[in-house]
Design a binder for this molecule. Sequence first.
Ligand SMILES: O=C(O)CCC(=O)C(=O)O
Length: 266
Amino acid sequence: MTTSNLSTEQRTFYAENGFIKLEQVFSGDEIAAFELAVSGAVSKLHKPDAVRPPNSDSDAYAAAFTQVMNIWCHDEAVRALVFDQRLARLATELMGVSGVRLYHDQALYKEAQGGFTPWHCDQYYWPLGNDNTVTVWIPLQDTPEEMGPLAFSAGSHRIDLGRNLPIGADSERIIAQQLDAHALPFVQPTFRAGDISFHAGWTFHRAGPNATDRPRRAMTVIYMEDGIRLKAPENPNQQVDWEAWCPGAQVGEPVATHLNPVLYRA
Ligand SMILES: O=C(O)CCC(=O)C(=O)O
């Protein structure tokens, strides 16, 4: 058996806190090359409101972002990042599973002076039958505090503080109150180009505004356990996600469509 890329302390940290930041997984040069590829694809592919239907509660969120999903289907260089074996193995080891498949990728570009990303948890959107899901957040430049790096509520994946809330003004208000009441630590790391973070599907997270005059560019990949089953959608967003990211998957069956390739098997 090959040695883990992660220490026992790192795996324990992730299990307890629901997120982890890892330093210098990529070199600055690798990130610069990925930035060019992702930015090129974003300019070509961006279609406002392509997937998520406009929702009056998501105004603050929509204003903050350019979002482009499943770029791997359109661009070879971005595909290399999404299929990167270091990342997929880290995702596998953090979750303690035997392999991972792709749920979808997503570029998240926040404009200069763009607003905050409200508190939310991702798995609210996913019609997936267990908790073995994780997102890697890969900033494509140095991301100091004033640029709005991703921030986490440590340990919030263990408690249902508002898992039925879509991202928006209500989730920001209600989840902030809940996190306060439970006195969960707020952790806002800063990132150098090459640093990344992983967060679990039920971990509550947000990002501050981008107060700089430069865009805050990030790429994400969502991994799910190989073998995870589709559940019947519990909200309209999960229905939309089923059709977009695992079309043809059957409720109760493993999610393994052509859009969900295996990215790593131990
Ligand atoms: O990039 C951001 O501001 C938010 C990212 C996020 O919510 C995610 O990757 O799940």
